[in-house]
Ligand binder design. Structure first.
Ligand SMILES: Cc1cc2nc3c(=O)[nH]c(=O)nc-3n(C[C@H](O)[C@H](O)[C@H](O)COP(=O)(O)OP(=O)(O)OC[C@H]3O[C@@H](n4cnc5c(N)ncnc54)[C@H](O)[C@@H]3O)c2cc1C
Length: 502
């Protein structure tokens, strides 16, 4: 007889709360980075990483659509401490293998609890600890952690489902409607006409991956996007490898070169946007030929860098269009029909499968209810200190990466501050630390997390009001500028009056 099947769970005593130093939430690229920094820089720290999913990877585990790959290079999307030896644009599988190597080489598995979803977090002023309730996916049991410090690495979007706008007639469509974030494993695209709605990095990945694997794939966009193309290789890395230079050196040198070039490019986009625009569009014109309507389909209306510029390795998207396996339609959707999509222009696109590559639901702190001594915390009412800590929220740091540079660069920089802050607190005998606005700034209305004039993708525009606010001066915002932060972060004075210890 199976005793476990009949066991009455209500009689099983709950596990006692685990008192630890640090709880890391999320085992994506940020959480694994945090775990590595804690083991290397603060050995002996009692820490646990909780991850809702059944394995590590975060974004690279959640997304399983055909062709899933990075849109930035892995020398900078990889960590500073582990050489990346493959081609710069990598598949999700390659990124997970890289992360898996770090976990195995550093024994990080001992700290990670998979299938553990954080349900709530309450700060106790008396105990100077967080009480974090977590649900185990296997048993449904709720377990409690009582960490001194919370390191939020839960990303910025809801993992359970993507964002799909609602269009008239969706219920009439007789084919399948699929969001790339929840791609059905058994979806058969062969001999099907597929329409991918969107033209961001996800669409630019999916379209070449589906081209040739289905009857035809159409990328349907409301308005065009900027793309960069080039060989999926870095010449400098190839040269250094020919010279038998050590991979650790190659990683560092190539990182510096990429960051140097990106800095120059970003500056150009601000200082000389028309020139950059002409170069980007000119490269696409050269790929698609003189008869292609680049003006309609690949000439964006916004400034380069107002949205992330996706890199298209080996120009595969454009080759698929040239081969006739893929095409682009630019226009507004009027409605879905039985057999496809009707545009406001009157054009109807026939489809068997419609893929809505229309983005994410922003998630602020994993949508976890936070409180302080039982009183709810609304992060929209807080002001951020350097985009990593928040007024009114003690002992908590969040990794929110860069839009115009690889996310992981920020992971390493935030880790640097946290790994200085924890021993600093210990040395001071402090149990808590909290950013406090200068007296003159208290009561002023904070600005938005990002300036919509500067960077305005849909998912941020929709939910900007839910994100923390900015305050006066550079310390009270997320700079979104890696090239400034790389000097500012290591020099942050932890005894600055912006931080109050208790
Ligand atoms: C398809 C795609 C491609 C991208 N390509 C790039 C790129 O090339 N370069 C780049 O810089 N950025 C890219 N990004 C942005 C990307 O999300 C980040 O770069 C990075 O992967 C985020 O890492 P993260 O660890 O901070 O968060 P995530 O990858 O989002 O991981 C967060 C983890 O936290 C877990 N979690 C969330 N809530 C809870 C909870 N309540 N309890 C427990 N666990 C929880 C999630 O399950 C998840 O595993 C891409 C994003 C997408 C969607």
């Amino acid at each position: 007889m199976d005793m476990t099947a009949d066991a009455d769970l209500s009689t099983v005593p709950p596990a006692p709360p685990e008192e630890i130093d640090v709880l890391v939430v999320g085992a994506g690229i940020s959480g694994i980075g945090a775990a590595w920094h804690l083991t290397q820089r603060l050995p002996g720290t009692r820490f646990v990483v909780v991850e809702a999913q059944d394995g590590f990877g975060g974004t690279w585990r959640t997304h399983r659509f055909p062709g899933i790959r990075s849109d930035s290079d892995l020398h900078t999307f990889g960590y500073s401490f582990k050489p990346w030896t493959g081609p710069p644009i990598a598949t999700a599988a390659e990124i997970k293998a890289y992360m898996g190597g770090i976990i195995a080489e550093n024994g990080l598995d001992a700290h990670i609890r998979y299938g553990h979803e954080v349900l709530s977090a309450d700060w106790s002023s008396v105990a100077a600890r967080w009480t974090v309730t977590v649900r185990r996916r296997d048993s449904g049991a709720v377990v409690v952690f009582r960490p001194r410090f919370l390191w939020m690495c839960q990303g910025y979007y809801r993992h359970a489902e993507g964002y799909t706008p609602s269009w008239p007639g969706m219920a009439d469509f007789q084919g399948a409607i699929v969001h790339p974030q929840t791609w059905p494993e058994d979806l058969d695209t062969s001999a099907k006409r597929v329409v991918v709605i969107g033209s961001g990095a996800t669409a630019a990945t999916l379209v070449p991956a589906l081209a040739g694997q289905c009857a035809h794939v159409t990328m349907l966009q409301r308005s065009p996007t900027f793309f960069r193309t080039g060989r999926n290789a870095i010449e400098l890395a190839e040269t250094l490898r020919q010279l038998k230079v050590d991979e650790t050196w190659i990683h560092e040198i190539v990182r510096r070169k990429i960051l140097f070039d990106q800095d120059a490019f970003t500056r150009q986009t601000f200082e000389n946007p028309e020139k950059v625009k002409a170069e980007l569009i000119g490269a696409i014109r050269a790929l698609l030929g003189p008869d292609y309507d680049v003006d309609t389909h690949f000439t964006p209306r916004y400034r380069p860098w107002r949205q992330r510029i996706a890199f298209v390795p080996d120009a595969d998207l454009f080759h698929a269009i040239r081969r006739g396996e893929a095409s682009v339609e630019t226009g507004e959707i009027d409605r879905f029909t039985k057999g496809g999509i009707l545009l406001k222009s009157g054009t109807e696109i026939a489809a068997d499968i419609i893929v809505t590559a229309t983005g994410f639901h922003l998630s602020v702190m994993g949508d976890i209810p936070f409180s302080r001594d039982g009183a709810p915390i609304d992060f929209a009412d807080t002001v951020t200190w350097h985009g990593m800590m928040f007024t009114g929220v003690p002992n908590l740091a969040w990794v929110f990466g860069y839009f115009r540079a690889s996310w992981t660069l920020r992971t390493d920089l935030v880790a640097d501050v946290v790994c200085r802050l924890l021993p600093h607190m210990a040395a001071k005998g402090a149990r808590e630390v909290e950013p406090v606005l200068p007296e003159a700034a208290k009561g002023l209305n904070g600005g938005p997390w990002t300036d919509p004039e500067d960077f305005n993708p849909g998912y941020l525009q929709r939910d900007l009001h839910r994100l923390p606010k900015t305050g006066p001066g550079a310390a009270w915002r997320h700079s979104q500028d890696y090239w400034a932060d790389k000097d500012v972060f290591p020099a942050i004075d932890l005894d600055d009056e912006a931080l109050r210890y208790g």
